[in-house]
Write a protein that binds this ligand. Sequence first.
Ligand SMILES: CC(=O)N[C@H](C=O)[C@@H](O)[C@H](O)[C@H](O)COP(=O)(O)O
Length: 222
Amino acid sequence: MHRVIEKIKGGLVVSCQAYPGEPLRHPETMAQMAMAAVEGGAVGIRCQGLADIAAIKGRVKVPVIGIWKEGDEGVYITPTLRHARCCVASGADIVALDATGRPRPDGLSYADTIRALHDEGVITMADCGSFSDAKRAVEAGTDIISTTLSGYTGDREKTDGPDFELLVQMVKAFPDVPVLCEGRIHTPDQLHRVMECGAWAAVVGTAITHPTTITRWFAASL
Ligand SMILES: CC(=O)N[C@H](C=O)[C@@H](O)[C@H](O)[C@H](O)COP(=O)(O)O
């Protein structure tokens, strides 16, 4: 087991992302957000885009999970080998990639991509939308598997909270692979339950670092 994966065991990873056109979309702002999350107890940071990865890596000591999103449909989370390599060059300790079987823009399969990255010593995390994605990812030798894309690929229903069912399936089927739960963890109680289900660690984004959505949750109750 890589030391960097051991470091996030049992902990909360905070995803610091602002979307195109949003007021907080600035690397320095995301770096400040990441530092604030670490002060609150985050054991790792997940972040998007080369500038944000570089800014955050320079400011926090915890492991940084880097992604580079391009577009918002099909395979958009670190869609190609080139995107993954750029995340590493920007300072990511772990690179997360779309692990679905959908066609990738560079024509490589997920397994080809992981093979190349492993040859280069890169630690990888598979963003899965279904159990078969997780199986593909484990067979490809991915270091970490995660529920990140559950509810977003058409394979599984978008649950209100995290996809506990998929999490438990993954934990049971792959006891030797660290399984992260990511996506729609909105409360400390949900986080607690996720860890009870056997997650290696959990990633929380929106509920901690997306004030526009949090404001909407409150505003909707008026
Ligand atoms: C589906 C997709 O593109 N997920 C993205 C992955 O990086 C982010 O938009 C999410 O914020 C992240 O996964 C954390 O999840 P949540 O914000 O629900 O806590």
